[in-house]
Design a protein around this ligand. Structure first.
Ligand code: DX5
Ligand code: ZN
Length: 222
């Protein structure tokens, strides 16, 4: 099934609760929450207290994207704060398989994110254990960047692998997605779409509905 995950990194933080409600009301079933530590990526965004405050406001699936070094140190805190899916970067985990198991033991879904330059082969042995693979289509750290075109090939290749193995792993794509390229991202094989600027820049309800319409039409798996 296709899902829309608006990234609150592009929201107006002075109206965060209100905007989170708006995207949910307009049909987004996921909420993408970008946590940055100023080490794994250059920027610092927000952390646990923000997630805790938002949890009672929304029943969306909290899709927490950890752009932090050694995420194992905080997995339990993120789960307790309200994360449903915890996504870690393959590049920031010394023992990726252990981290994935740890996330599952906590009762959350486990996602693994790959930076644009990271090959799919890092997933060769762990793919069956992963609930969602996040293909970064920009270098992580900032919203509003341009979609990197070779990501299409990467998505296609990953979908092929998943199908060949008979898995039902979700493919999330994050960075530079707009109404102009979202259909192509879906056609390549993604089913979880992150959009920050394209949802929160402008009329949030109109943008969200426009995306959810495209996602519904492109849904081959419902
Ligand atoms: C980038 C973040 C993204 C970002 C996407 O490091 O992981 O989730 O918010 O923003 P847009 O959709 O504006 O590229
Ligand atoms: Zn993200």
């Amino acid at each position: 099934m296709n899902h829309l995950a608006p990234s609150i990194l592009a929201a107006d933080f002075s109206k965060l609760g209100e905007q989170v409600l708006s995207v949910r009301k307009a049909g987004a079933d996921y909420l993408h929450i970008d946590v940055m530590d100023g080490m794994f990526v250059p920027s610092i965004s927000f952390g646990l207290p923000v997630i805790r405050s938002l949890r009672p406001v929304s029943d969306a699936v909290f899709d927490v994207h950890l752009m932090i070094e050694e995420p194992d140190r905080y997995l339990k805190e993120f789960k307790d704060a309200g994360a449903d899916i915890i996504t870690v970067h393959a590049e920031s985990c010394k023992h990726l398989e252990r981290t994935i198991s740890h996330i599952h033991e906590l009762g959350a879904k486990a996602g693994v994110a790959l930076n644009p330059a990271t090959p799919l082969s890092v997933l060769d042995y762990v793919l069956p254990e992963v609930d969602m693979v996040l293909i970064m289509s920009v270098n992580p750290g900032f919203g509003g960047q341009k979609f990197i075109d070779f990501s299409f090939d990467k998505i296609r290749e990953l979908r092929k692998k998943i199908n060949e193995l008979g898995l039902d792993t979700d493919i999330e794509v994050d960075g530079g997605i707009s109404l102009d390229n979202v259909s192509k991202v879906l056609e390549a094989g993604a089913n979880v779409i992150v959009a920050g600027t394209a949802v929160f820049g402008g009329d949030i309800s109109v943008n969200t509905s426009a995306f959810t319409e495209v996602l519904k039409r492109g849904d081959k798996r419902v």
